[in-house]
Design a protein around this ligand. Sequence first.
Ligand code: XMP
Length: 520
Amino acid sequence: MSTPIHDRLLIIDFGSQVTQLIARRLRELNVYCEIHPYQNVSAAFLADFAPKAVILSGGPASVLTDASPRPPVEVFDLGVPVLGICYGQQVMMHMLGGTVESGHGTAEFGRAYVTPSKTKINLLDGWFDSDSEQVWMSHGDHVSAIAPGFEVFGTSPNAPFAITADVSRNFFAVQFHPEVHHTPNGARLYENFVKLAGFTGDWTMSAYREEAIRKIREQVGDEKVICGLSGGVDSSVAAVLIHEAIGDQLTCVFVDNGLLRQNEAEEVVTMFRDHYNMPLIHADEQELFLGELDGQSDPETKRKIIGRLFIDVFQKHAAEVGGAKFLAQGTLYPDVIESVSFSGGPSVTIKSHHNVGGLPEKMGLKLVEPLRELFKDEVRSLGLELGLPSSFIGRHPFPGPGLAIRCPGEITREKLGTLRKADAVYIDQIRKHGLYDEIWQAFVAILPVRTVGVMGDGRTYDFACALRAVTSVDGMTADYYPFSHEFLGETATRIINEVQGINRVTYDITSKPPGTIEWE
Ligand code: XMP
């Protein structure tokens, strides 16, 4: 590990569903942290990571079982503040000489109220301004005797040791989850913790930018790097950052697969080639993709064809660069976190996602992933810091297989043309009404159904389309956006008037689950 220029906090993960939220709360305080599963944290790891503070997460296990998850005992010898949360609290007590017992009617799930003891500690600055604080509990076992050196600073009816601390060693243990929304004052607790640990809030985007540039230069040296640019936020930010670090040693490959939105190819190529002066290969492979997709209507087959062709095409054009040793990817932190899974077993594949998996090994390339430490909103801030226009940074996600999965059934050029126009009108409407940033993703799907209509005095027999707009935090779950009837009516009229080939507009009000965001 190279010496970081910012302070680091280590979160040891014991498998709680909400460990990522701890990281979010800390990043909001401009504190750099990393989540590592407990199995990967050895004494040597601790020495190398050199955290300025440690948080032990919650988790579903019981310290009373054999082989229950533990942090290395050296965590308590680092001389840095340690905060144990829920399971983290129990494991801390257990290892430091306290006692943990199982349920016996004292399990607590959901809302609880903690009241303070007489003595105040820094961790609780801004807490207990009224008599009690609402917190979120979720535990079966409970601490029945605290470890030597600890004192009680907060209790709830079912948790006499809701907040305890060994102030001399800066060890803190809470039974509840301060990171969740249902502990309304929880962020303050993290703020106090990082303050007493001496963090200065040095995790800023400009600091990150400098550090990332230094690391990219160190990693790449004089070698060449290629980058698959999709026009999406992640690959764009990665490309601009790497270009800033190594200039023309980077070449981007933009593949036009014929499944892009209106004007998308021109916009991306103009921005990166003309505005950023990046060496960019514009691979116009529309014929190839649309040719191979001809006659295919099965969603998975379509996805597989697109994924395979993308890799072939990328490889072909990357070879034109000659001698590239690295492949740049816009991998984000949530893709990297190896959270502890106690349930085991692979999850069911709902859709095969299109990515460039397997490419690096196949081409013998090493990876450059400068966004690996960032959450999506941090990537957006970095993009702004690098001067990408906010209209570009705030764009809705667009899937790798593009319009192919918004065109259920067989894909034809005619349908794609009609879809592009309808989509452009819909997005224009959303922007004009000032709704774009409230919506996670909005698009039109053209349906494989022709319907009868009447326009002027004539009969029409054209395609029906569905409008989709959802709100979401991460794309994993989603709800439909509650447009007004006026908006929907006006949009339907515009689409039918302005787009030849569509004579019926519907609005999709399915949430996810049970629907998915895309139609295929
Ligand atoms: P679904 O349709 O599964 O989509 O609810 C969730 C989010 O992922 C995007 N999506 C993809 N993105 N390659 C991508 O890069 C894909 O194959 C793919 N399929 C879906 C989708 O647009 C939504 O934001």
